[in-house]
Design a protein around this ligand. Structure first.
Ligand code: ADP
Ligand code: TRP
Length: 340
């Protein structure tokens, strides 16, 4: 991907305590991209999508905590607020003004087809409930707010997972519709960049690791919490000396998502030959987690207990962000209200 002079933007919703699947699958690749952007004179923007989270989370104490955890996790994992613009969505009022404008150019049918809404409808249907039961307008119009997040900065590239590609396409369609009405490049057309297929990290029960399944290894848990989760990874009762096919062994799949190449190879060989016990593999996994995350965890704990410093960084980031989004919003208003 060509990054020179481009604007690259991503956001994550603070909807729950982070786990190592989130780290290896999302946070780490996004921060790596931030580092590459800095080397390529690209602008990198990474924010906490707290307004998107309120569609689901109504408990203010919980939301404040998950927001704090996500902001501290970004910094602990290496996001550099000097080279990346880092803020909370709720601090950028231009986003919400732009959202209202975008609504007027968004066909309602786009929202009916958006996958977050469709998935919620499917769930209701499966339970024999009315199709829109429990669905609020925030969830229904989710892609318009996301389009404003993107379009407010003249974003070129939005790195996302597969499930978010459709939302970026909707943002591009809305921008295209506005440009067509005013016969000008009022808004920049963004494109999605599908993150390299990162390994899906399985949870301790073998399903995808997810906060919804209660099967996670917490990203920044205490030693005891992480140890408890790793020791709880499901195993079978084959003889320790029996040669095994690593692909049948959950511990091996988890290792593939999180351990170094050397450790993965060592576990593979140990299983194939037989003689390497599951307890030994669990210890190796714990060591891998410690190697990758030990230092980051110290930083995380520092930021969590010095959150005023983080809030300062977020506010400085918001100022930088508003300078850009304010200019874009003015440009849009000049077109739609015939202002000079
Ligand atoms: P959860 O499934 O715990 O609710 P989210 O859906 O909030 O997680 O995911 C946030 C980000 O973390 C997404 O980009 C997603 O692709 C990534 N992610 C979540 N779980 C995993 C996993 N088990 N392996 C790899 N990436 C994951
Ligand atoms: N919808 C994204 C998700 O659930 C989060 C998000 C909100 C986002 N606004 C964005 C991602 C803008 C990229 C760009 O993961």
């Amino acid at each position: 991907m060509q990054l020179e002079n481009k604007t690259i933007l991503t956001g994550v919703k603070p909807t729950g305590t982070l786990h190592i699947g989130n780290y290896f699958g999302a946070i780490q690749p996004m921060i790596e991209l931030g580092k590459k952007s800095a080397q390529s004179h690209a602008s990198h923007i990474m924010f906490v999508a707290d307004y998107h989270a309120i569609n689901a989370i109504k408990d203010p104490v919980f939301l404040a905590q998950t927001t704090k955890e996500l902001a501290c996790a970004y910094l602990a994992c290496g996001l550099d607020p000097n080279t990346s613009i880092f803020y909370k969505q709720s601090d950028i009022s231009e986003i919400f003004e732009l959202t209202t404008i975008l609504m007027a150019y968004t066909p309602k049918g786009f929202m009916n087809k958006a996958h977050a809404y469709k998935a919620a409808v499917d769930k209701n249907m499966a339970k024999n409930e009315p199709q829109d039961a429990g669905i609020n307008m925030g969830l229904y119009t989710y892609p318009v707010l996301m389009a404003a997040d993107i379009l407010a900065y003249d974003t070129d590239i939005v790195p996302v997972g597969k499930d978010q590609v459709q939302h970026v396409e909707i943002a591009a369609d809305i921008a295209g519709a506005i440009n067509a009405v005013y016969e000008a490049e009022v808004l920049k057309i963004p494109t999605s960049f599908l993150k390299e297929e990162t390994q899906v990290v399985p949870g301790i029960d073998g399903q995808k690791m997810s906060k919804s399944y209660n099967n996670v290894i917490p990203l920044f848990g205490t030693d005891a919490e992480i140890k408890k989760a790793v020791m709880g990874i499901k195993t079978d009762c084959q003889d320790i000396n029996a040669p095994k096919n690593p692909d049948d062994i959950l511990l091996y799949h988890i290792a593939k998502g999180i351990a170094s190449k050397e450790t993965i190879a060592e576990i593979k060989e140990g299983l194939e030959k037989g003689g390497m016990g599951y307890g030994t593999i669990k210890k190796m996994l714990l060591q891998s987690i410690q190697d990758e995350l030990g230092e980051k965890r110290e930083k995380y704990n520092y930021y969590m207990s010095h959150y005023d410093e983080v809030e300062d960084m977020l506010q400085q980031g918001a100022q930088k962000a508003r300078a850009i989004s304010g200019a874009v919003l003015n440009r849009v208003k000049n077109h739609i209200f015939n202002r000079k």
